[in-house]
Design a protein around this ligand. Structure first.
Ligand SMILES: NC(=O)c1ccc[n+]([C@@H]2O[C@H](COP(=O)([O-])OP(=O)(O)OC[C@H]3O[C@@H](n4cnc5c(N)ncnc54)[C@H](O)[C@@H]3O)[C@@H](O)[C@H]2O)c1
Length: 327
């Protein structure tokens, strides 16, 4: 990908959306990247971050290099939980894509769309290995951006029949129910109690705010035998005793999990059985029977972003989307 011209392609949020990459393509890109990671073919230092304002705000730098995809770059992404009260997005940021042969930046793009989609894709990949294949009922706790993209991705892999939707703001889950039904033709039941989006579900996705001190709403005994849970918001939703009930606790990257533990997160999680790369590459087996409760806590990797960004860039160039800016 040698780009000798002294210009970069700027892609706004709308430009990235207009490229219209499908969820199926995103899942495929991530599976390739996770297989590369399993062979130690990805360079990805744990994310350094700063924490302006209250303790749950973050801005992270997320660099990664995936040689097989000729992809190198960094995402600079923020998560400010109280933004939603100001009518601003929780997650925002930019991604810089570099030419791995010269190091020269070739594109700067908004990263909100990529973050939403690749996180859903990572849930779907984990679920492919850890959920029962016939899973059809999903509980979603936190009906925001991730609540939507996780259903989009899961519907690529599973024949979903019903979503039990809980949000702390009832009008949000009501709106979510209408939107998801219209988009995917899946029945959605907004529920008033978090437990109703856990018990009776084959797959559970928790996607509320990430908190250093978990609110631990989900208690032992709520998760059904044979269910799978994706902890998009880390362990914020789960009581330690509920997590102890799982047979296999997985994550997307163990060094990054340890890094988070060093700065005060994940104080009471079970031992990690495998990382997602090991599951994708077949180095460790996923679900082994229909009874085990399994869990994946994907932290969100720079590699996920860098697996998707080059495809966005290439398609944008092909379709004439975006604005070239001088370097
Ligand atoms: N692991 C990853 O890779 C990854 C990537 C992106 C975002 N995230 C995290 O996912 C979470 C959701 O992000 P988003 O972009 O969808 O945010 P969002 O603001 O769009 O949605 C969050 C929703 O959760 C609701 N909510 C707040 N507290 C709740 C509670 N206790 N129970 C149920 N619902 C509650 C809010 O009303 C809102 O509708 C955040 O914690 C974010 O940091 C994780």
């Amino acid at each position: 990908m040698i780009e000798s011209r002294k210009r970069l392609l700027y892609l706004s949020q709308a430009d990235v959306e207009n490229v219209n990459l499908s969820m199926k393509e995103i899942i495929t890109q991530l599976e390739i990247a996770f297989a590369e990671k399993a062979q130690s073919q990805v360079e990805m230092p744990p994310k350094p971050g700063i924490h302006p304002g209250n303790g749950d705000n973050f801005i992270h730098a997320m660099p990664a290099y995936i040689p097989a995809m000729k992809s190198a770059g960094v995402k600079w992404v923020s998560g400010f939980p109280l933004n939603t009260k100001k009518g601003l997005p929780y997650i925002s940021g930019l991604l810089i894509l570099n030419d791995p042969e010269t190091g020269i930046p070739i594109s700067v793009m908004d990263c909100v769309w990529i973050t939403a989609k690749r996180t859903g894709a990572a849930t779907a990949i984990a679920a492919k290995h850890l959920a029962r294949p016939e899973s059809s009922v999903v509980g979603v706790l936190g009906c925001g951006v991730q609540g939507r993209s996780n259903i989009e991705a899961l519907s690529v892999v599973f024949n979903l029949k019903k979503v039990m939707a809980y949000d702390i703001e009832p009008d949000v889950s009501e709106r979510y129910a209408i939107d998801i039904h219209n988009q995917y033709r899946i029945e959605v039941e907004p529920v008033e109690k978090p437990k109703n989006a856990v018990s009776g579900c084959d797959i559970i996705v928790t996607a509320g705010p990430i908190l250093k001190k978990p609110h631990a709403t989900i208690k032992a005994g709520w998760m059904d035998e044979g269910a799978f849970a994706s902890l998009v918001d880390f362990d914020s939703y789960w009581h330690a005793d509920a997590m102890k009930e799982v047979s296999k606790f997985c994550t997307d990257d163990i060094p990054q999990l340890k890094h988070y533990q060093e700065i005060g997160y994940f104080k009471e999680i079970p031992p990690v059985y495998a990382d997602l790369g090991e599951l994708v590459a077949g180095l460790k087996v996923g679900r082994e029977n229909s009874k085990e409760r399994d869990m994946a806590c994907n932290l969100g990797l720079a590699m996920d972003d860098m697996a998707v960004a080059p495809l966005i860039y290439q398609r944008a160039v092909e379709k004439g989307i975006g604005t070239f800016l001088p370097l």
